[in-house]
Design a protein around this ligand. Structure first.
Ligand code: URA
Length: 228
């Protein structure tokens, strides 16, 4: 009796975006290439890749966690409720949005379904954040920001490492860790703060204070710009 070997192809689960990055590292090429990223499994359920948005040369780069429901549909970061709060805070901190490049640590929306239709945000895993990190690093290289403002722990830990604590470091101007893939010329500084959705979710009497502290952190980032 002859046995035939199964020819079923196994799909290898890749967990890095690295091999999807193009040689041409300009923002427009990165954005087009990211549309086809299969570096982790999040692309399967999301509508589209939500790449960063803003001009190359923007002095401030804002990094969020991942696109939300509205961003997933629109294909742009920070267009939903958290984005609206962020826009108000930027205005209060005297930061022109045109001076910012806005992106996320993870470029696909991760969610679970509730009641059949509603899509509920799910925090990306460390593996997914690490898989997506080559895009973020390439964006930093292409934009060349002076300041990277990390919004929330996911963004901060994507760049500063998993032991970084926003609770103790928020508002401080810090350097990127010395790692080979984090060498940029010029070298950006990092400021971390809470995620705008944490301010939105705060239903306590301290919400105004939470908002003011958030604006203060944005002002610290603004003050750290070389041109002032
Ligand atoms: N939250 C994020 O972290 N990023 C977005 O783009 C929207 C909401």
């Amino acid at each position: 009796m002859t046995t035939t070997k199964s020819t079923t192809k196994r799909t290898t689960k890749t967990t890095s975006a690295a091999r999807y990055l193009p040689e041409d590292r300009r923002l427009s090429s990165l954005k087009s290439a990211a549309e086809h990223c299969r570096g982790c499994t999040l692309f399967q359920d999301a509508t589209q890749t939500v790449f960063g948005h803003g001009p190359p040369g923007a002095p401030i780069m804002l990094v969020g966690e991942q696109p939300g429901d509205q961003e997933d549909r629109a294909g742009l970061p920070f267009v939903g409720p958290a984005g609206r709060l962020l826009a108000r805070a930027l205005d209060d901190a005297d930061i022109d949005p045109g001076m910012t490049y806005q992106t996320n640590a993870v470029k696909h929306f991760k969610f679970t379904r509730k009641g059949g239709k509603r899509r509920i945000h799910q925090k990306p895993s460390r593996t997914e954040v690490v898989a997506c990190r080559p895009w973020l690093i390439a964006e930093i290289g292409a934009v060349g920001p002076q300041i990277i403002l990390c919004l929330g722990a996911t963004a901060a830990q994507a760049l500063m490492g998993p032991s970084f604590r926003v609770s103790t470091e928020r508002g401080h101007v810090v350097a990127l860790p010395s790692e080979d893939d984090l060498e940029f010329d010029p070298e950006p500084s990092v400021v971390a703060t809470v995620h705008p959705s944490a301010v939105l979710r705060d239903r306590s009497e301290r919400r105004d204070e939470a908002y003011q502290l958030f604006v203060d952190d944005l002002r610290s980032a603004r003050a750290a710009l070389v041109s002032g």
